[in-house]
Design a protein around this ligand. Structure first.
Ligand code: URA
Length: 432
């Protein structure tokens, strides 16, 4: 078998056999297939697509490309959550401790930033000392002890996805249903949880820009979960505006802590309660209203916040520094102000994510370094009224004091109109 023939076949719009897909995944993981060949095949898949059988085979090949975690010691009590990627999405930092505080076991593999979107692993690594790479034995021991452990794609779990994900990030081949579904579900199946809650983002800041594509992705992933005996639920949620007010790494960790301390209400908290309720519901087989009440109680009693601190400290994070005023301080900051008066009627959230990357909050090259203090704090969001000269956002960076490019991109991302825009739903749909 030759990779050349596989690329040519997909380029011309034909279905690949299971053997061809497995040959590609095995060969690329073992470095027998070069990056340029893999890029060409990914681009052919991007344009020609894959059917459900091809997607299922790619998912299985990614899952079996390395070790798989056996969580059977926790019975059916294990639950995982995964977002398809967004801007300002810090939900894992909030839902993992909520759900663990309610007696479910969360052993989770998270990702790094991809394209304009942020990643949970980068946010966790912004906490000095936090270890995102742990041997499987340590992951299991931690879950048994405190109910939660979140790691990166370290060790030998789904190594194929680690390589393919990084290559897609650099070759504009991220936003494709089959590639996203197989990447996420390949990892989720390898990580071993019995129940999986998927947060499928939809809108200008998501890989899926409209509800129809988001539903297609959600249905594909729920079906993969079902075929592999996992209780899988997908929520299609709004990413037409950044989630919460902060975009970056340390400022997002701080915003997450405000929710956990029950000090911040609004859409970020509402979504986290909804996701937590779905996780607790599938895990404990109770109704959503009851599970929602439990999640609310965990936040109100600060049990979730206590669990968060226990988790961070257990994985080596410096809790003293995390709670200090210096944690998110950047060397430079810049205020973006309104140039005209009116309502913020639309936000191009992808552009806002890219502006955060320019400031240093994301990577622009493979293995690039992140400025954990870089980011954007939005003082005004979609639907808010703005006066000329009023502060819309503050940009932060410790790597550059030249804010012109990021500020320009950020301003271009906003549309101002005289009419107040109609509100959009936080959750469009649930796919079971
Ligand atoms: N998150 C993933 O894990 N994979 C993707 O392809 C996109 C988002």
């Amino acid at each position: 078998m030759r990779i050349y023939d596989i690329i040519e076949k997909k380029r011309d719009g034909y279905e690949l056999t299971d053997e061809e897909i497995e040959f590609f995944v095995r060969g690329y993981t073992n470095a027998q297939i070069e990056d340029y060949c893999a890029s060409a095949l990914l681009m052919a898949i991007f344009f020609r697509g894959m059917n459900s059988r091809e997607t299922a085979t790619l998912t299985r090949a990614i899952c079996l490309s390395g070790d798989t975690v056996d969580l059977s010691m926790f019975g059916d009590n294990t639950v995982d959550k995964h977002s398809t990627g967004g801007v300002g999405d810090k939900t894992t930092l909030i839902v993992a401790p909520i759900v663990a505080s309610l007696g479910c076991s969360v052993a989770k593999m998270s990702g790094r930033g991809l394209g304009h979107t942020g990643g949970t692993v980068d946010k966790l690594e912004s906490i000095t000392g936090f270890r995102t790479s742990l041997p499987t034995g340590d992951i299991l021991a931690q879950v048994e002890k405190i109910g939660v452990c979140v790691v990166g794609q370290s060790g030998n779990l789904a190594p194929a996805d680690k390589k393919i994900y990084a290559l897609r990030d650099l070759t504009a081949t991220v936003d494709n249903v089959s590639l996203i579904a197989s990447s996420i579900m390949g990892k989720k199946l390898a990580a071993g949880a019995k129940s999986i809650v998927l947060d499928v983002k939809c809108g200008s800041g998501a890989f899926m820009k409209n509800e129809k594509d988001a539903e297609l992705l959600a249905t594909e992933m729920v079906e993969i979960g079902r075929r592999n005996s996992r209780n899988t639920v997908a929520l299609i949620t709004d990413m037409d505006t950044p989630l919460g007010n902060c975009i970056g790494n340390r400022i997002e960790v701080e915003e997450a802590m405000k929710v956990l301390k029950n000090e911040l209400h609004g859409e970020l908290r509402d979504l986290c309660v909804e996701l937590s309720a779905n996780m607790v519901s599938v895990c404990k087989k109770i109704g959503i209203p009851e599970a929602k009440k439990l999640a609310e109680e965990s936040l109100a009693s600060k049990k979730a916040f206590e669990k968060f601190l226990e988790w961070i400290s257990c994985q080596g994070g410096d809790v003293g520094f995390l709670l200090s005023d210096d944690f998110s301080k950047a060397l430079y900051e810049f205020d973006v102000v309104g140039k005209s008066q009116g309502y913020i009627s639309k936000t191009n959230t992808e552009k806002i994510g890219k502006a955060a990357c320019i400031l240093g909050a994301g990577r622009t090259e493979l293995g690039g370094k992140i400025d954990f203090t870089a980011g954007i704090r939005m003082h005004k969001k979609r639907g808010d009224h703005l006066k000329k000269g009023e502060k819309i956002a503050t940009l932060y960076s410790s790597t550059t004091s030249d804010f012109s490019q990021a500020a320009q991109l950020f301003s271009k991302a906003l549309e101002i109109s005289t009419e107040k825009p109609a509100p959009t739903p936080l959750i469009y749909k649930t796919v079971r």
